[in-house]
Design a protein around this ligand. Structure first.
Ligand code: ZN
Length: 179
């Protein structure tokens, strides 16, 4: 395989930085970066659900997720099998599905999404459409915790009662201070 061999950490940190930018702009705190085989970040994206649509970015819709922001910027991908998508939060069914459709080589996320993450409904390793895509959940314990703390208030606000309960079970320490 032709993936870059840099440590995951710096890319996940960049995704988390973009997640904070999204939060500051009034959107949901999720960020994503697409990294090529040489280890260069080629596209940066973030959630834009709370912002207007623009010529450059999808926005103002509940589908304006960080991964979709990356994919719409990137357009037609060359050698998708050599690309790695890093996200601050486990992709949802739409974004996980889009990653499979694009045949990305690898998908890495900082923090699980116990409610909205596609892993709740897809066993990634068993899913026929995901066989071209290596899936690497939560490779860095510190950044996993950081991502959980960052997203926890949004999880409580946005998810129904059952979703928040799943978050509390998955990340008891990180959700403890959220009111
Ligand atoms: Zn999504």
């Amino acid at each position: 395989m032709t993936f870059h061999t840099q440590p995951h950490r710096r890319y996940l940190q960049e995704a988390l930085k973009l997640a904070r930018e999204a939060q500051a702009a009034g959107s949901s705190p999720v960020g994503a970066v697409l990294v090529d085989a040489g280890g260069e970040i080629v596209f940066r994206g973030r959630n834009r659900v709370g912002e207007p649509q623009s010529a450059e970015h999808v926005g103002d819709a509940s589908v304006s997720h960080a991964e979709m922001d990356v994919f719409f910027q990137a357009g037609k991908l060359k050698n998708p099998e050599s690309l790695t998508l890093y996200t601050s939060l486990e992709p949802c069914l739409m974004c996980g599905g889009a990653s499979a459709l694009l045949q990305l080589g690898r998908l890495v996320w900082a923090t699980d999404d116990a409610w909205g993450g596609a892993g709740r409904l897809i066993a990634w390793a068993d899913h026929p459409a995901m066989q071209e895509t290596d899936v690497v959940p939560c490779p860095d314990a510190d950044l996993e915790q950081e991502g959980a703390v960052l997203f926890a208030p949004e999880a409580k606000r946005a998810f129904p009662e059952e979703g928040w309960q799943l978050w509390q079970q998955r990340y008891p320490a990180e959700t403890a201070g959220v009111d």
